[in-house]
Design a protein around this ligand. Structure first.
Ligand code: ADP
Ligand code: MG
Length: 245
């Protein structure tokens, strides 16, 4: 894929806090994500994973803290100025648009010339193995194919950081492992930084360079899957990653 290359940027999260009314969704979270790393945010339901990802994306504002991408502070920027690829739950495809139109959408927003749009759409559809599906509508695709379109749309403007919120959770087991494999292969080929939210610890341990485990809005432990498994910092982590403690 020499005409579709990108390389990842670092993401520094410094002392991020967020309340929703009296609920403390994030409490003083700091995390350094390295350039090109595949990191998974893990934790039980309600632990703050989506809030952290939305804060990085710029979809929710924070009470305090900073986010730096490649060393620059993006905290003051609106979501569309952050140039991050996002695949969120419920961030659905446009049903009235074809596959190609859905994928082209972020490029149209950026007002790229038509020929450039066509070239990038073709390259990214090849990348996610959807060549030949350009003219279909989302309802004419399987769940896994729709998920691939969402991935293509996140990748098409060649972002240096991609944020994924449980992109595979709605899929059946077989399809999920197939797409896990493809996400990993995208990561290896493109070198993009991936921040992946999941509550599936097996998926996180298998796919990630490091995992960051949240509990009640606080970061409990960050480390390689092996580190976290072999040296859990608390009983909670031990139980969460599958030890019988
Ligand atoms: P996770 O993704 O780990 O399941 P979330 O980040 O969605 O967790 O939620 C963290 C906490 O913040 C939960 O207690 C949740 O109820 C609360 N929360 C999240 N979004 C909102 C919101 N828009 N309004 C009020 N409370 C919210
Ligand atoms: Mg969530």
């Amino acid at each position: 894929m020499n005409h579709f290359t990108q390389s990842g940027h670092s993401v520094e999260i410094r002392s991020l806090s967020k309340h929703f009314g009296s609920v403390r969704a994030l409490h003083d979270v700091s995390l350094d994500v390295r350039a090109g790393e595949f990191i998974s945010l893990l934790g039980p339901s309600g632990s703050g994973k989506s809030t952290l990802l939305m804060a990085i994306a710029g979809f929710v504002g924070c009470d305090g803290g900073q986010i730096l991408v490649n060393g620059s502070d993006i905290t003051p920027l609106a979501a569309e100025r952050r140039s991050l690829g996002v695949v969120f739950q419920g961030y659905a495809l446009f049903p009235h648009m074809t596959v190609a139109e859905n994928v082209a959408y972020p490029l149209k927003l950026r007002k790229l010339p038509g020929a450039e749009i066509a070239r990038l759409v073709k390259a990214v559809l090849d990348l996610v193995k959807l060549a030949g599906m350009e003219d279909r509508k989302p309802r004419q695709l399987s769940g896994g194919q729709q998920q691939r379109v969402a991935l293509a749309r996140a990748f098409v403007f060649q972002p240096s950081v991609v944020l994924l919120d449980e992109p595979l959770s709605a899929l059946d087991k077989q399809l999920r492992s197939e797409l896990q494999f493809e996400l990993k292969s995208l990561h290896e080929r493109l070198g993009t930084t991936f921040i992946n939210v999941t509550h599936d610890q097996e998926e996180a341990m298998a796919m990630s360079d490091r995992v960051a485990i949240l509990r009640n809005g606080k970061l409990e432990q960050v480390g390689t899957p092996q580190d976290v498994y072999n040296r859990p910092s608390s009983r909670f982590i031990a139980e969460f990653v599958g030890h019988a403690a």
